[in-house]
Design a protein around this ligand. Structure first.
Ligand SMILES: [Zn+2]
Length: 109
């Protein structure tokens, strides 16, 4: 609407999920398996909300991209993780040819 929408974080890396332990969220205090890049227990939505209300916090920048705050930011896209998808060149299917097969005369021996 007016640019006040909460920016969602990109947390795809497995490091953000601790499957063994729930720890109290650093922001809301409720248990969470989620972890920030600095291993801080925090719900993703809480981190997104924190970023939203701390827009003046130090930024985490990769190249020219603003990935969020230093505290909570997106996963940095790495080239090695990108899977190159090869598209096979589409060959036009040959028109079905009406082959005029020469009528071979059977050789009678
Ligand atoms: Zn929380």
């Amino acid at each position: 609407m007016n640019g006040d929408a909460v920016r969602l974080l990109v947390w795809r890396d497995a490091l953000h999920f601790d499957r063994f332990e729930d720890l109290p969220c650093a922001l809301c205090g409720k248990p969470t398996p989620m972890r920030s890049h600095t291993d801080e227990p925090v719900h993703k939505v809480c981190a997104e909300q924190w970023n939203h209300t701390h827009s003046g916090a130090l930024r985490h920048v990769a190249g020219t991209r603003d990935l969020g705050t230093r505290r909570f930011h997106d996963d940095v896209p790495t080239a090695s993780k990108q899977t190159a998808v090869r598209h096979l060149s589409q060959r036009p299917t040959p028109e079905s040819l009406n082959l005029q097969l020469p009528i071979t005369e059977r050789k009678s021996a």
